[in-house]
Design a protein around this ligand. Structure first.
Ligand SMILES: C[S@@+](CC[C@H](N)C(=O)[O-])C[C@H]1O[C@@H](n2cnc3c(N)ncnc32)[C@H](O)[C@@H]1O
Length: 376
């Protein structure tokens, strides 16, 4: 079967590499997605093991629709009874890039009506809509007049790993955080530090990478578990196999944040997810921080400056640069920010620059290599 793994712009090549590692074939990176071929085993594995995928979709049909009537008719005529029973529930997720279909909610409504009418006209009974926990989540994707209907095998976004505790402002998306750790080419041997760790997302993703823990091993639900062709034995076998590959890393992962509440949230997530043994988290101002090791890798996601005056943000980034030069010679520091002016004020020449998107927000992920003497 042909599948589509969705991701953030900038992570497509990483995702293609991850797909290669789990045994998918015909892998083709696209924009914000990777197309691949797979069997049921790889479909289940892709949901469990891919760190940089947001959803795994299984396209079931595509057609052209120039107006809502054509959309309705094409959806109505699809053989839904192969996938859905009258006593099951479903929901529609619509994404549109089209001058004709400008409102995705309306497209979702029309698609829902066509499916309901399809069933009603068989014997009067119909499946109900359940937007919270449907048996079948159907994805409608429209580009101009090209419509693709897919089944969402994930059910809800794969970034919801199940470890996030409490609410911290501006947490980075788990999929992006995992992508950043992988892009940094961390060797899983040198210490990894996030000195502005907030709720600890980068630390958690790094610990899971080091321990070879599948990112979604603790997730409660996947869409495919409710499909009519679900193979429970195969799913158990895949999870057991993945669990048996978990290792005990000896690497050090450490986080800190100036904010006490953030530190509590990060500690709780690490504790609940049984990652506490690999991660230490302290409350500390990065600008006063003394490194615990002589060298290592820093990955940080400083505030972008929404709550500060522009001048203060520039000064803050200057201070970050000064602190890196002063105390972190021997380290590589990766910094992600959407504030490009502020990034320029780090005062160090980036040795690598990668454009990433946090949702729709364009960011730069830059590496600063801090040799002895960067200070001069
Ligand atoms: C964008 S948030 C990081 C979010 C984090 N990546 C997450 O996933 O939750 C920026 C963090 O930097 C912290 N911060 C700001 N100034 C700091 C400083 N001087 N030292 C340490 N942490 C600081 C804030 O408290 C906030 O938690």
């Amino acid at each position: 079967m042909n599948l589509l793994a969705k991701t953030f712009q900038g992570l497509e090549d990483l995702l293609a590499q991850e797909l290669q590692e789990i045994g998918a074939w015909n892998i083709k990176p696209l924009k914000r997605a990777v197309s691949f071929d797979a069997n049921k085993e790889i479909l289940y594995k892709s949901n469990l093991c891919l760190r940089t995928a947001l959803r795994i979709l299984q396209p079931i049909t595509n057609f052209r629709a120039r107006n809502e009537k054509e959309l309705y008719n094409q959806v109505y005529n699809y053989k839904w009874s192969n996938l859905l029973k009258q006593n099951q529930t479903f929901a529609i997720d619509a994404v549109t890039f089209s001058k004709t279909f400008t409102h995705s909610q309306y497209v979702a409504l029309k698609t829902k009506d066509a499916i309901v009418d399809h069933f009603k006209n068989i014997d009067g009974s119909r499946p109900n809509v359940d937007t919270i926990s449907p048996d079948l989540l159907i994805n409608v994707h429209i580009t101009n007049d090209k419509v693709t209907l897919s089944l969402d095998s994930s059910g809800y976004s794969l970034h919801k790993r199940g470890y996030r505790q409490g609410d911290h402002r501006a947490p980075i998306n788990e999929v992006l955080a995992a992508g950043m750790v992988l892009l940094s080419q961390w060797d899983k041997k040198q210490p990894l530090i996030d000195p502005m760790c907030g709720s600890g997302t980068i630390l958690m993703e790094a610990a899971m990478i080091a321990a070879n823990i599948p990112p979604n091993i603790n997730r409660k639900k996947f869409g495919f578990e409710r499909w009519n062709n679900f193979d429970a034995d195969l799913w158990t076998k895949i999870k057991d196999e993945a669990n048996s590959k978990i290792v005990q890393p000896s690497v050090k992962i450490s986080g800190s944040d100036i904010n006490a509440k953030a530190v509590d949230i990060a500690r709780q997530s690490a504790l609940d997810f049984k990652l506490k043994q690999f991660i230490t988290i302290t409350q500390e101002d990065f600008l006063q921080k003394e490194p615990e090791w002589k060298k290592g890798l820093i990955i940080m996601n400083p505030p972008y400056g929404e709550r500060l005056k522009p001048h203060d943000t520039i000064n803050f980034y200057k201070e970050i640069g000064n602190q890196l030069k002063r105390n972190f010679a021997g380290f590589d520091a990766w910094i992600i920010s959407s504030n490009f002016d502020a990034l320029k004020n780090i005062g160090l020449k980036p040795s690598k620059k990668i454009t990433l998107f946090n949702g729709s927000l364009e960011c730069k992920f830059e590496r600063f290599s801090l040799y002895e003497g960067s200070n001069k």
